[in-house]
Each structure stands twice: as structure tokens, then as C-alpha cells.
Design a protein around this ligand. Sequence first.
Ligand code: GTP
Ligand code: MG
Length: 131
Amino acid sequence: MIKPDAVANGHAGAILDRIIKAGYKVVALKYTKLSAETAGQFYAVHSERPFYNDLVSFMSQGPIYAAILEKDNAIEDFRKFIGATDPAKADAGTIRADFAKSIDANAIHGSDSDENAAIEGNFFFSNFERF
Ligand code: GTP
Ligand code: MG
């Protein structure tokens, strides 16, 4: 996902361009907006964490781009490509170092396992929306 902060700040095009130039194949792409309810479902794994309510309200504050990306070793490589959760700790040249403002407004989401990538892809896309 390209998160609401990056969309609102006009960075979505630049981020998508970097993703494609880095060799990720875009299998599916959608401009949409999460409600508090659907953002809560998406991040249900964090429901016991102290930052959960802030995360849900942040992620439902404006539109996002959701995508399914494909590449060899995609999960690990994409986590490196986007940088640390806290942009202050993200390596230079990563998406979060260049476009994120804070640990909440951190520009982009990446799946953390093949299993979660499949669940998250199914959350946003039907089989008729993947090419
Ligand atoms: P995502 O790609 O969005 O899943 O981020 P991540 O995998 O780098 O981090 P994680 O899944 O652990 O947390 C999900 C989101 O919750 C993060 O992107 C942050 O916006 C937020 N978050 C995580 N840890 C903290 C924290 O300690 N404090 C606050 N305020 N927010 C946090
Ligand atoms: Mg995560």
C-alpha cells in the first residue's frame, strides 16, 4: 500500500515509478480508501498494540493505492527497499527515508511474509483484477 500521507503529499507517482524501476511486476493496482473498520481488519494482527487506534485512524484518513507486486525474493527485498518502520532509522535512499515523515506517516506498507502477502492481496483484489 502507498499510505494516505504519501498520496496526500503527491508522492504516489514517484513511489510507483521507483517500485517499477526496481524490477517489481505490478500484478494488481487499485486507488481506494479504507474505512476505520476495514483498516482495523487489515491491521488486526496489531489489535493489542498501544498504537493500534492511531494506526487505524491514520490509515483510514484518506485514499491509498493498494498493489500486488511480484519479484524473486520479493518480501525480503521489498522490506529493504522501503526501509525501517521509523523513517528516522531508515537507510538512505529507501522509500521511507525519502518520503516518510514519522512512524505513523511512513508512506508505504510492505507485507512481512508470503502467507500475509496472499491474505493481504485477497483483501483488496479479486482474481479478475490480477494480470
Ligand atoms: P507496515 O508495512 O505498515 O506493516 O509497517 P511495518 O511492517 O514496518 O511495521 P509493523 O507491521 O510493525 O507496524 C505497522 C504500522 O504500525 C507501522 O507502519 C507504523 O505506522 C505503526 N507502528 C509500528 N510500531 C509503532 C510504534 O512503536 N509506535 C507507533 N506510533 N506506531 C507504530
Ligand atoms: Mg508490518
